[in-house]
Design a binder for this molecule. Sequence first.
Ligand code: SF4
Ligand code: SF4
Ligand code: SF4
Length: 360
Amino acid sequence: MTISRRDFLKGVAGSGVVMAAAVPDVDAKMSKELPPKAVGILYDATLCIGCKSCMVNCKIHNSVPGGALHKEGMVSGVCDALLCRSPEGEEKATDPPYETGGIKGNEGIWDASQDLTGKTLSIIKVYRNGTGEQKDSPVNGHAFFKQQCLHCITPACASVCPAGAFKKDPVNGAVYYEAYRCIGCRYCQIACPFNVPRYEWDSAWPEVRKCQLCRHRFAEGKYSACAEFCPTGATIFGRVEDLRQEAKKRFSMKPGTEYEYPIKTLDSRETSLRKVSRYADRVYGLSEAGGTQNIMLSGVSFELLGFDRDIPHSALPDLTWAYVAKIPWVFAGVFLGGTTIHAITSRMAKHGKDKEEKHD
Ligand code: SF4
Ligand code: SF4
Ligand code: SF4
């Protein structure tokens, strides 16, 4: 069967009508306020030692095998630059629970994905300048930083998704994805101001992947694995309001002051006494893109770390779908994409549901 230009344009227009009808009313459905029990993560880069225990445990607890930090049978545990500990505290100095890329010993800890991927939902990256000697210094220094979904208060990815595959939990605010709804258009990728969602290009049944705040663990009374297994308190989990207060407090403290940094969660009894570093710039996430539930502190400015200097300080969903919907090729894309993937959508739906059932 061939499709004439006239039929094609009719199809595009028709799909536009259908899609326009399916577009959620952003203002009506998407709040710009924090949900009542919003939870999130505070990542303080000045406490980060680059051990990647967060990345390893992210993989383990989110069923994303593959990639440089994975090997069969790996177990949960805490790693730092010198040793790895099982949850029971057993030390394994030369046997980290992840792929060492053929390098024996702890050097292998540095062999990891270069960026977020369909198999890497969070990543620790390194900033370097000059000699790289001074930790958290923009000049002749180095600094770690963590990239993952920031769980926007008003998520652009959800606002632009024509299939309603991206959602924001109305109670805890986690932004999550339902694979069985996804039509593969990947507008979420275009819309995200932080370049987070990734597509599983190498999968026969591709899905969009990103951090979901480990929301599947909440029902068991657990929280984000990256926070639970961070040995230094660089990544901690808690109520967003409390994390914001904590971040502002750290930011305003005099460098050199001794402070008991909480580990794992804000109300954890585990703490680590150390001197406050000099924080650069600002608390990231208080207002960027309208505010995010994951927030960050760093000794090196976020622009130097590669974060977009021009990110708007207001919610983006007001702009996104209204903007995208006016671009003709978007509807053409929806039509072409829709017809191409129509044959696999129903199978994806089944696959997605199967996966979710397995997850439950
Ligand atoms: S960071 Fe990107 S993927 Fe995450 S909630 Fe915000 S817009 Fe969505
Ligand atoms: S909260 Fe996100 S980054 Fe952290 S372990 Fe869970 S999925 Fe990974
Ligand atoms: S955030 Fe914590 S677990 Fe992750 S690399 Fe830094 S110190 Fe290690």
